[in-house]
Write a protein that binds this ligand. Structure first.
Ligand code: MN
Length: 232
């Protein structure tokens, strides 16, 4: 094995509550339209035949508490508060019942989105990469091990923008449940430790401007925050 031509990109990693070692990020899968009220506010029907996905580059991962510059190419940068599932064991073609065994931990996440570009891409039936795979757009809070959370469903998921409540739902409002998503996704990918799944956002998404502060919470998990900096 020869040396690399240049320094290899650093693998992003997320802290884990109660652990000295961090969780290295492999892939970031994201579920679209997983809360009926959010699908409706975006003018979409919910497709209940199967979940659908887009991805963010692992290099888009950013720590909670960061200040990220307002990104280029958009006039409508949006927050999306989400439950993040961290895979901790290999899963390929697993049933929904078996899928729970693949979960290592949960965390709060922000799927920051160039909404104007995403909608333009959607209308032209093009991929969503410019809208979704934005640099520093996958904000990830410290993970909490699944064993410390228990059953997913009764937890509140909320987001405040500058102290004003904007998103407020229950994890039980998710159309596709955590185990159903893992089971479905495992029919297409060999899921493995390091893979993250952002499970979709509730209603109430909206734009940010320079200087805004986002605070997100999910009951029982480490909270998440983000400040929007000056455009570069
Ligand atoms: Mn999302």
């Amino acid at each position: 094995m020869s040396d690399h031509l240049f320094d290899a990109p650093k693998i992003p990693a997320i802290p884990v509550v109660g652990e000295d070692k961090s969780y290295p990020v492999g892939r970031i899968f994201c579920v679209g339209r997983n809360y009926a009220a959010h699908a409706a506010e975006m003018g979409n029907e919910v497709d209940r035949t199967a979940p659908f996905y887009f991805t963010k580059s692992p290099s888009a991962a950013e720590q909670s508490g960061a200040t990220t510059p307002y990104p280029p190419g958009t006039q409508n940068y949006h927050y999306e508060m989400e439950l993040v599932v961290a895979i901790g064991a290999p899963a390929f073609n697993v049933t929904a019942e078996m899928a729970w065994d693949a979960v290592y931990a949960y965390g709060c996440g922000l799927d920051m989105t160039r909404r104007d570009l995403q909608i333009a891409e959607r209308e032209k039936k093009r991929p969503w990469d410019l809208g979704k795979d934005v640099e520093q757009s996958a904000i990830l809070a410290p993970l909490t091990k699944a064993i410390d959370i228990g059953t997913i469903g009764a937890q509140k998921i909320q987001l405040e923008l500058n102290g004003e409540l904007k998103q407020n739902a229950m994890l039980s409002d998710m159309i596709w449940k955590v185990n159903e998503i893992i089971s479905h996704l495992s029919g297409f990918y060999h899921l493995r430790p390091g893979d993250l799944i952002m499970t979709g956002t509730p209603a109430g998404v909206g734009p940010v401007v320079e200087g805004d502060r986002i605070d997100g919470t999910i009951t029982g998990l480490s909270p998440i925050s983000l400040t929007i900096g000056i455009a570069e």
